[in-house]
Design a protein around this ligand. Structure first.
Ligand code: RB5
Length: 149
């Protein structure tokens, strides 16, 4: 299950990506916002991040104007590794090496077809584990306020 969320700026791209996921038979829940009225992106970042961090949803996709604010907010939740991407290569590598669990897209940065390619790469690339796990563990330690040297 994929958790979706956006602010007003990301709303329309979110709706298009939701349609795309539906066409592909991928299940999702939309945690808002549900229109183009101005809202604050941290509220929707938190809703989606909580779903992912708790394991209720496997992954999340967030949308705002740039993807920046909403990814910063999501990354404040323990256990979240959110990546903002505007091309598919980083989307794939963020899964393979960084085991990202939230993708953030900027509706004012990427067009719909590019967004679909980024989503495909991100959803279809598995985490490689191995040598990368040590670094993920180090990130988790930083999150807990522990030293890593
Ligand atoms: C809203 O205008 C805009 O600031 C927001 O969508 C996002 O781009 C913030 O990072």
């Amino acid at each position: 299950m994929i958790a979706l969320g956006s602010d007003h700026a990301g709303y329309e791209l979110k709706i298009e990506i939701a349609k795309y996921l539906k066409e592909k038979g991928i299940e999702y829940i939309d945690f808002g916002t549900y229109g183009t009225e101005r809202v604050d992106y941290p509220i929707f970042a938190l809703k989606v991040a909580n779903e992912v961090a708790s394991g209720k949803c496997e992954k999340g996709i967030l949308f705002c104007g740039t993807g920046v604010g909403i990814s910063i907010a999501a990354n404040k939740v323990k256990g979240i590794r959110a990546v903002v991407c505007s091309e598919p290569y980083s989307a794939a590598l963020s899964r393979a090496h960084n085991n990202t669990n939230i993708l953030a897209l900027g509706s004012r940065v990427v067009g719909l077809e590019l967004a679909k390619m980024i989503v495909d790469q991100w959803l279809n690339t598995p985490y490689e584990g191995g040598r990368h796990q040590k670094r993920i563990d180090q990130i988790s330690k930083i999150e807990r306020g522990e030293q890593i040297d």
